[in-house]
Design a protein around this ligand. Structure first.
Ligand code: GDP
Ligand code: CA
Length: 319
């Protein structure tokens, strides 16, 4: 079975680990978010691609969900002694090695997709990891300061330094001119099943969908497209999905509101948490098959059960 999944960082990576446990023989392609990518100290950093790679490759800091296990921070300490910022984004020593390899290859002219493949040769994540695009398409968040002046900041600064204040809008800078990376459209067209993990619908999945052609390919694919809600009750399980949903005009934070935001043109099926079962009727009325199952990724077994439920719903949607 060919499974293609879109993915952000922590939520996407943890889900994918469950998916590989549920479907060990599947051929999985992951279309990863590059909207979070940023250049720091001259190094190209791809947080979401690295989170997927480290998580599936066994190198992740488990408690944190991102960054390397057993990390040290000598470089960051030295930079601080020089007073060289930004001080709000800490790069660990081990992680820096990844960014050095990436930056060196990019500077030599390799596209990000080839660089990612080279990094994955070490980590062997068990999936084919593709960036959504080889082009630069970075997510910026538009804010209004106290005097009412507009300011756009990189998503990393919004999230890591500013801790996600209310936002006015989200801009995927450069996305309109970006092209899907090699293999992305084929992975959608040739899939037996397409999955949306419980990643952030705006700044993770939404940033992937902002690359022209990907949304169209998803709408056109013969494969059932099934997603899992990152919202349980009236809040994201973690992170700032509520803030960025509001910035794209989704005022209500709920599993049903996210399903309606994606819409029946993209989604054939949507899994919601069992505690939100009441919303199933509304989602079905929107033309999307819905099931309520436990959606907390407590451990790999619980996450594998979620992935299996998504595959089951996909199989139903196909027949
Ligand atoms: P990021 O790039 O690291 O923010 O990761 P993603 O975009 O892939 O995933 C973030 C989303 O995962 C957040 O909106 C969370 O609500 C969601 N999430 C995290 N843990 C869980 C979980 O256990 N269950 C569900 N349903 N969603 C989760
Ligand atoms: Ca991210």
């Amino acid at each position: 079975m060919k499974i293609t999944a879109l993915a952000g960082g922590v939520g996407g990576a943890r889900f994918l680990r469950g998916l590989l446990a549920a479907a060990p023989d599947a051929n999985v392609t992951v279309i990863g978010n590059v909207g979070d990518d940023i250049t720091l100290h001259g190094l190209r950093v791809c947080p979401d691609l690295d989170t997927v790679m480290y998580t599936l490759g066994g190198g992740i800091h488990e408690g944190q969900g991102w960054g390397r296990a057993g990390e040290t921070f000598s470089v960051a300490d030295e930079l601080a002694e020089y007073g060289v910022g930004p001080d709000w984004f800490t790069l660990g020593d081990r992680d820096i090695a990844t960014h050095l390899v990436r930056t060196q290859m990019l500077d030599a002219g390799y596209p990000l997709s080839a660089v990612t493949e080279a990094l994955c040769a070490r980590w062997k994540p068990g999936v084919r990891l593709l960036p959504a695009t080889d082009d630069r398409a970075e997510t910026h968040v538009v804010l209004r300061d106290e005097e009412g002046k507009r300011q756009a900041v990189h998503f990393q600064e919004y999230w890591v330094r500013m801790h996600a204040p209310d936002a006015e809008s989200i801009v995927f800078v450069g996305a309109e001119k970006a092209q899907p990376a090699p293999g992305v459209l084929e992975a959608v067209a040739e899939a037996d099943v397409v999955l949306f993990p419980p990643s952030n619908p705006v700044v993770s999945i939404g940033a992937v969908l902002a690359v022209p052609g990907i949304r169209e390919a998803l709408a056109a694919t013969a494969a059932p497209v099934v997603g899992l809600s990152p919202i349980i009750g009236s809040a994201p399980v973690r992170g700032m999905a509520d803030k960025v949903l509001a910035a794209v005009g989704v005022a209500e934070t709920s599993a049903a509101a996210v399903a309606e935001y994606y819409g029946p043109n993209l989604l054939d099926g949507w899994l919601i948490d069992e505690s939100d079962a009441k919303q199933a009727e509304r989602i079905e009325a929107a033309g999307i098959s819905c099931r309520a199952v436990p959606l907390l990724m407590r451990d790999v077994d619980a996450t594998a059960a979620m992935a299996q439920a998504a595959l089951d719903l996909a199989a139903e949607s196909r027949s």
